[in-house]
Every structure is written in C-alpha cells, then in structure tokens.
Design a protein around this ligand. Structure first.
Ligand code: AMP
Ligand code: GLY
Length: 421
C-alpha cells in the first residue's frame, strides 16, 4: 500500500514508525513530516487547507490510505473531501470531528445517549454565565466551546477566578472558540486517556495512557500540550476497560451512527475515573500527543492493517493484541515553554540515545540547519522507554534522556514516578 501521513509532530513520528513496520507498506509519504520522519518516509509539502491539492497528490502517487494525525484538518472536513474522491482515509468526517471541535456538541451527545460526564450548562452571555457560577460556587470549570489549542479550559478554584475566565473568554481571547462558554462541575479522580479504534459501526479498545499536562514536576506550573505519558495506566485493568467501552465508547459510536455522523478513526476519550466510575472530560478525534508515542510501541499488531480496516468499515471485533510491557515517554521542551520557548539551539547526542535498547526517540519540533539539528518548537523531542515494568521503562527513558546533549532544553523528572491508585 502507498500511504500518506499528515502532520509534523511526535505523534506523527510514532505513527510513521509503526506504519513503517507493516509488511503491507509500499511507499510512505509524509506531509509535511519532520527530520525524524524523514528517515522513514518521503517528505512532501502539501497545503493541507487546499483539499483538492491533497486529492491531486493522492491520485498522482496512487495513495491507498491517508492517515490524518492532527485535529485541524479533520475539523476542516479533509476526510470528507477524500472520501468523496474515493480515497480511503483514517480519520473522522467533519460532522463526526465536531466531538472535538465543539465541547457543547460533545456534552449534548453525552446527555442524549446517557454517557456519564460532568454536569454542565452553556452560555452565550457573560452575565448569565456569572450568575450561574455564583449559584454553583467554586470550584467550577470554565471552557471555551471551540478549538483553543488546549488553552480554553480553566479549572477555577475560586469564584473570582471563574469570573475572570468568563470575561476573558467572552472578550474574544480565543476568538470564535469562546463565543459559547461552558461551565462544568469539577470532577475528582484519576485522569486517563483512553483510545479506541472505530470503523463507523464498531469500536475496539486500543490502550490507556496517562498524560502529564503541567509543565513542572509534581504537576505544577501552566498547562502544556503534554510533558510526558505512560501506558498502561495502573488500575485501568480489563474490567475497567470494558466498563469504559460499555458505558462510554459503544453508546457514543452507536449514537453517532444514529445521528448520521458515523465515526471512523481513533476515538480519544479523556476520562476522570471518579468514585462513581469513569466520566468523560472531553473527546478528541485523533491520537493523543504524547500518548501515541507511549501506546504505539506496545501494539503487537500491524497498525497499517488496523487503520485500513477501520477506514473500510471492517474492523475485527476481536480484542487487539497489546504487549503487557510498559512504556514511559518523556517530552523534552525548549526552555521557556509553554509561554515563550527559545528556538534555534542545537541538539547533540541523539544517536547515543537512539542506540540504547528499548528506547525510541521521536521528533516533535526540530529542523535541520545544514548538518545540525536544531529546536524549532516548544515541544522538541520525545524519548520513550519500554520495559517489563513501569519502573524499568522509566529508567530506560531517563537514561536515554541523559545521553542527549541539549542544555537549552528541559524535561520533567517525575514522569511515571508518582502513580496514584
Ligand atoms: P480539556 O482541554 O477539556 O482536556 O481540559 C484540560 C484539562 O482540564 C483536563 O485534562 C483536566 O485536567 C481538566 N478538566 C477539564 N474538565 C474538567 C472537569 N470537569 N473536572 C476536572 N478537571 C477538568
Ligand atoms: N496529550 C493530550 C492531547 O493530545 O490532547
């Protein structure tokens, strides 16, 4: 098969590594890709917002499957254009991607199909939102409805904080994403990212992971795109996985089909495991980043085949085969991240890290400058260790991190260290 992978981050590098292993693969193209993906795929520059340009490329190169990594092209309807052109695509339609594109839509689906989630109300007016917040009291969670690059959620511990967040959102801080604001009950429990593959009718559980969203050790400092992850999550055993499938994923997939929005792709359910059981925090319509870097090395099956079967509506209902080994993924970020990452510094020593047994390095924000590899984004590299236990995976990952010579970068030192439960 000829495959076109869209995206440029660590998630897409992890996807490229897994796709590259498939005996079904003929040529792998990546647009735009990155210097890590370049070793596995032919990089192409394609304007992803120009859907017809993507279709034309697929026709010229006889692409059999397009794999869409990030949410933006999905919410923008790229999968629909490809399907209309009879090009197979792994990723949901625009109508189904609204699960991530609109938090109000996701909450309504949960209400309509009896899926457990935080109690909420939605507003288009700051005064009404504040009246509701005062009635409910703090803590309360304030969310912008639309895509806000992971920044549109404030878990307010005081009413003053909630009111400030409401004002900021209605004042256009997140553009049109904040035209509707949701106020939610704060859920208490352990957070888990849960992934299932879906083919439009059926869903099969893939894996669980835990992200580490705050920038600093001990979950301190501002939120980020994700400073590290591990998989599986202790406590997310087969019984809890089945409960998530029965109470959340299967009712959602059936509901989406009933609404004429069949869901194809990977469903990423952000969950809180509360005293009453799993509840939805949010849905995403793509793999998590850095969760993908942690879960894909545990997949002992042909990813390309699974993605192809998902796109064709033929996913087998048998459980997927996942290694019982653990992984720990550490994000290396440029100093100053998330507010003002300093880019352009040189990274050395990657070869020594990559050569270690049970270690994979993925590129998230790098570029080549002649022979040098330099940081070009906030999150720059991910280092994944795999091992028989979480502790072993963690040791491997940090030993590899310590081989990387990049004084201008930093990482959290406690990924996978404090595992509650
Ligand atoms: P989201 O962008 O919806 O994933 O929210 C970002 C983060 O805010 C989540 O990962 C949670 O840690 C937190 N969060 C969002 N909604 C809630 C909620 N209802 N209760 C507690 N924490 C929440
Ligand atoms: N790591 C969280 C996300 O990908 O949204």
């Amino acid at each position: 098969m000829n495959v076109l992978l869209l995206g440029s981050g660590g998630r897409e590098h992890a996807l490229a590594i897994a796709l590259h292993k498939s005996p079904l693969l003929n040529r792998l193209f990546a647009a735009p890709g990155n210097p890590g993906i370049e070793k596995l795929a032919e990089l192409v520059q394609l304007p992803l917002e120009d859907h017809q340009a993507v279709v034309a490329f697929c026709r010229t190169q006889a692409i059999d499957l397009v794999v869409i990594g990030p949410e933006a092209p999905l919410v923008d309807g790229l999968a629909d254009t490809l399907v209309s052109a009879r090009i197979a695509v792994f990723g949901p339609s625009e109508d189904a991607a609204l699960l991530e594109g609109s938090k109000a839509f996701a909450k309504k689906i949960c209400a309509d199909f009896g899926i457990p989630t935080a109690a909420y109300a939605q507003f288009r007016d700051a005064d009404q939102a504040k009246t509701y917040a005062r009635k409910k009291g703090a803590p309360i969670v304030v969310k912008a409805d639309g895509l806000a690059a992971g920044k549109g959620v404030i878990v307010a511990e005081t009413l003053a904080e909630a009111e400030a967040a409401i004002d900021a959102m209605f004042s256009g801080q997140f553009g049109s994403a904040g035209a509707t604001v949701l106020l939610e009950e704060k859920l208490i429990g352990e957070e888990v990212s849960f992934f299932a593959l879906c083919d439009g009718r059926k869903a099969v559980a893939l894996a669980s992971a835990r992200d580490h969203k705050r920038v600093g050790d001990g979950d301190t400092g501002p939120n980020t795109g994700g400073m590290g992850a591990f998989s599986p999550v202790p406590g997310m055993d087969a019984a809890m996985g089945e409960r998530v499938m029965a109470e959340i994923v299967r009712p959602l997939i059936a509901g989406m089909t009933e609404l004429g929005r069949p869901y194809v792709g990977v469903l990423f359910a952000g969950l809180m495991i509360t005293a009453q059981g799993p509840k939805v925090i949010e849905f995403n319509v793509r793999f998590g980043d850095p969760e993908a870097q942690a879960i894909l090395p545990r997949l002992d099956q042909d990813l390309l085949l699974l993605l192809k079967l998902s796109a064709e509506g033929n996913l087998p209902s048998a459980p997927l085969y996942l290694s019982d080994r653990s992984t720990v993924t550490i994000t290396l970020a440029a100093k100053g991240y998330p507010d003002a990452p300093q880019t352009g510094s040189e990274i050395r020593g990657l070869g020594a890290a990559e050569a270690m047994a049970g270690v994979t390095v993925t590129h998230a924000g790098t570029r080549r400058e002649g022979k040098k590899l330099v940081a070009s984004g906030g999150r720059v590299l991910n280092v994944t260790g795999i091992g028989a236990t979480l502790g072993e995976a963690r040791k491997r990952a940090y030993a590899a991190v310590d081989k990387i010579d990049w004084p201008e970068g930093f990482c959290r030192r406690d990924i996978g260290a404090v595992v509650r439960k």
